[in-house]
Design a protein. Structure first.
Length: 106
């Protein structure tokens, strides 16, 4: 999971993952949608592939990159442990805001 977080921490790689949410894309299409050259996009795709976040699907002369959901599911499961903490804090904030609206807290 640390490898997943590390790969996603870089903004360009996160943007590539967002682009791949809609489906597999070749490198040229990814390059056309983000402000990086082909060598930089290929390097980012290599990092994402090494982290297990994407896999390559050869189609004729092109290589299509697609998301691999397993690392994202693992990350979601890890984050789930923290959602309860945030949920409780948001509930406390909601209660405080209601009190403030009623004029009880100043």
């Amino acid at each position: 999971m640390i490898e997943t977080l590390s790969a996603l921490a870089e903004p360009n790689r996160l943007q590539i993952v967002e682009l791949l949410r809609v489906g597999p894309s070749p490198v040229a299409e990814i390059c056309a949608r983000i402000p990086l050259g082909q060598p930089q996009v290929s390097k980012h795709l290599r990092v994402l592939r090494n982290a297990g976040l994407v896999h390559v699907q050869p189609r004729g002369q092109q290589r299509f990159y697609a998301l691999n959901a397993v690392p994202l599911r693992e990350l979601d499961e890890w984050l789930e442990r923290f959602r309860d903490i945030w949920g409780a804090r948001f509930d406390q904030l909601d209660a405080l805001l209601l009190e403030m609206q009623k004029g009880k807290v100043k």
